[in-house]
Ligand binder design. Structure first.
Ligand code: ZN
Length: 283
């Protein structure tokens, strides 16, 4: 128990946040402090940070990663990642995002998308993807985390948990370097930039759900999604953990949930302006 009461202003904020956490999802809407709806799933969420500030943090953190990580010289990998990325971006309904897709040379089986549409794929994941559709599973899942603002939501919860330390504006007041670490951690990016906060199972399942619809709309055969997860289950290397291994919706659960979503995803796929199927090999 703390013997030091937080300042009056912090207590007021605390009350507001608790009210907000309780009210979001009910008919009460506290507009003043970010109640939002997740695109495509319509789940209600609470966010303390503005999207603009999240995007700004995403951009700075991304630039930092690109400065310190070796970009691949594999032209084919770059071309394929950008091609898939552009297709996903075209159906993500986020004209405000300034999309960017880069490939980092690393054995790490990872990929991430930071707020604002800054995507990085590590070459270590490519063999598991096997083909363009497999890579589209990975990339659309990551994009889904960003458009659903899962990182912002996690930063909000972390902030709420830190209220005793008067950390309501934790995210906002941290030094620039610290902000980058927070946003990288919140989006499951490179572990060397800070502790990876595991996404909740709820976020993982939601990113799978949005992701499979995105890849289908982008023209990739969505039936590859459950297949990819089965393949991934046998290919885990035990190297640096991939963000989506971290909270373990078991691969079987994941595949089953994706199979249930397939009929809906196939409808999007049928309507896609250009069908790529599984696309090219990415190995
Ligand atoms: Zn994920």
């Amino acid at each position: 128990m703390s013997t030091q009461l937080p300042p009056q202003i912090s207590r007021l904020r605390w009350i507001l946040i608790v009210a907000m956490l309780l009210s979001c999802g009910s008919s009460v809407t506290l507009v003043m402090l970010g109640c939002q709806q997740v695109p495509m799933t319509n789940r209600k969420q609470v966010l303390l940070s503005s999207e603009a500030s999240e995007n700004a943090m995403g951009l700075t953190a991304y630039q930092e990663v690109l400065k310190s990580e070796p970009l691949t010289k594999n032209e084919k990998a770059i071309e394929i990642v950008r091609r898939i990325g552009q297709r996903i971006a075209a159906v993500a309904n986020r004209p405000d995002f300034e999309w960017e897709f880069n490939v980092i040379e690393s054995d790490t089986q990872n990929a991430f998308c930071l707020p604002g549409g800054k995507v990085a794929v590590y070459t270590g994941i490519l063999p598991v993807c096997e083909n363009e559709a497999g890579l589209a599973v990975v990339m659309s899942h990551e994009v889904a985390h960003a458009i659903a603002r899962h990182g912002g939501e996690r930063m909000t919860y972390q902030t709420a948990q830190n209220l005793g330390k008067s950390a309501v504006s934790y995210v906002m007041q941290k030094q620039e370097e610290e902000k980058q670490k927070i946003v990288l951690a919140a989006y499951g990016a490179a572990s060397e930039y800070g502790v990876i906060l595991p996404y909740s199972r709820k976020h993982e399942m939601e990113a799978d759900q949005i992701g499979i619809m995105l890849m289908a709309k982008a023209g990739y055969d969505p039936s590859e999604a459950p297949v990819f997860w089965q393949r991934f289950a046998t290919a885990k290397t035990g190297a640096a953990p991939m963000e989506w291994m971290s909270t373990h919706p078991s691969d079987a659960t994941r595949s089953a949930a994706l199979r249930e979503l397939l009929p809906q995803a196939m409808e999007y796929y049928e309507k896609a302006s250009e069908k790529v199927g599984l696309g090219e090999s990415v190995q």
